[in-house]
Design a protein around this ligand. Structure first.
Ligand SMILES: C[S@@+](CC[C@H](N)C(=O)[O-])C[C@H]1O[C@@H](n2cnc3c(N)ncnc32)[C@H](O)[C@@H]1O
Length: 422
């Protein structure tokens, strides 16, 4: 079969990081393109009205196109923006967030915002996950769109301690001393050490500490932590803004990145996190900081919110005590009665920082019933953010401000912080 080859001009970058073009009145999406590129492309597959293509030849490069410095670029699935100069990466991210807000969120005129650039465009990643194929002796990242491991000896976005850890793992892979049954390694950089999971020479995964914005966090490679530590101070500032008051709720709290600064600003804080290891670290981090006014519920967010509602709605103390126990709040000295649980209705502030999939409908609906005075939504996926904002705005909230952070240079990913009130 003859493969179809066409010439197109890239109009702009789309959420997801592909370039948009049109050919024969059809929409074409082209990975690794730059806006303004004149390209010869090959249609690889078709889905509905959209063709997905690959670049055969750059006929006329866009003025923002640069030579990708990484030898694995194009094969490795880790980076997909190295073909753009840095300003073009930032511009594309503004456009991607706006596009999602408009098309998915129905928000035509969002507040103005910029993407705060990363201080380091390379060597910024302080957390990584490496795939390991023990049969083919490959260690690195999945190839783009596949589960094949791209063997990566040097990764240009890793911080030096993580690059050293990758090199060490590679040496062990080559001398046959890596365990055969491991599929991936996760690593995170602390102030003095690197935590690696699964551990190699030690019995258990090493805990490390990380000092950020005046707080000290204990954590390890098994729990979530943000990838780009350089941008965490401005991210925390943007998320908390002027927030302060009596009651706050934090959903998807991890090891407590926002929990500690929130606990300093509110009289009572409850944070919810389903990962047991992360919740344990968050408790430890609060205790080490001497913050006794915050409690962590080790629960699924949707279930916790619904349990909380039952406790608030049902005046019977026995029932609410049972619900408090179930909601993980029984240790809280602040929340002793059904009335106090009910006081969590309309809290002063609610911060949510869900995974890429965003918040479930159950979560958004429960937030709408809880009616916090202010909401801060921290998101690493503008598409699910826009979907959730649409529901919050339809539920009576106003979008007050928007900020974005380039936590992941050389990739299409972007972190967004949105404030709402209602
Ligand atoms: C994007 S991370 C944010 C963590 C933290 N805010 C931070 O910045 O380090 C999302 C967190 O939500 C947790 N999580 C995911 N699904 C959850 C759920 N259904 N209920 C509670 N926590 C959940 C994950 O374990 C992870 O720690």
């Amino acid at each position: 079969m003859k493969t179809k080859s066409v010439e197109v001009t890239i109009e702009r970058m789309l959420p997801g990081g592909m370039g948009l073009a049109h050919a024969d009145e059809r929409t074409v999406m082209v990975p690794l393109a730059a806006p303004g590129d004149r390209l010869r492309i090959k249609i690889e597959r078709t889905k509905g009205n959209v063709d997905f293509a690959s670049i055969q030849e750059v006929l006329e490069p866009s003025p923002v196109r640069v030579e990708p410095p990484c030898p694995y670029f194009g094969r490795c699935g880790g980076c997909d923006f190295q073909q753009l100069n840095y300003q073009a990466q930032l511009d594309a991210k503004v456009e991607m967030v706006r596009d999602c807000l408009r098309r998915i969120g129905g928000i035509e005129n969002p507040p103005d915002f910029q993407v705060t650039p990363a201080p380091n465009q390379w060597r910024y990643r302080s957390r990584a996950q490496w795939q390991y194929d023990s049969i083919r002796k490959r260690l690195g990242y999945f190839e783009a769109g596949s589960r094949r491991v791209c063997d990566v000896a040097e990764c240009a976005v890793l911080t030096p301690p993580l690059q050293e850890t990758l090199q060490d793992l590679r040496r062990r892979m080559l001398d046959g001393s890596l365990p055969e049954d491991v599929r991936d390694f996760r690593a995170i950089v602390g102030d003095e050490d690197v935590s690696l999971a699964p551990p190699l020479d030690r019995q258990a995964v090493v805990d490390v500490t990380r000092s950020i914005y005046g707080e000290v966090y204990s954590l390890n490679a098994e729990s979530f932590f943000q990838t780009n530590a350089d941008l965490l101070p401005p991210l925390i500032e943007a998320a908390l803004g002027e927030a302060g008051g009596e009651t706050a709720i934090e959903l998807y709290s991890g090891v407590g990145l926002f929990t500690l600064p929130l606990a300093r600003r509110f009289t009572d804080l409850i944070s919810v996190e389903s990962n047991e290891a992360a919740e344990r670290f968050a408790r430890k981090n609060l205790a080490n900081a001497g913050l006794a006014n915050a409690k962590i519920a080790n629960k699924d967010v949707a279930n916790w919110l619904e349990t909380l509602e039952c406790a608030g709605n049902d005046g019977a103390l026995d029932r609410s005590r049972k619900n408090q126990r179930e909601s993980g709040l029984s240790q809280s000295p602040q929340i002793k009665s059904g009335a106090a649980v009910a006081a969590l209705r309309r809290p002063d502030f609610l911060l949510l920082d869900p995974p890429r999939t965003g918040a479930e409908s159950r979560v958004i609906n429960a937030i709408l019933r809880l009616r916090p005075k202010r909401i801060c939504y921290v998101s690493c996926d503008p598409a699910t953010l826009a979907r959730d904002l649409k529901k919050l705005i339809a539920g009576g909230y106003t979008l007050d401000s928007l900020a974005a952070f380039d936590m992941f240079p050389q990739t299409h990913h972007v972190e967004t912080v949105v404030h709402l009130s209602g």
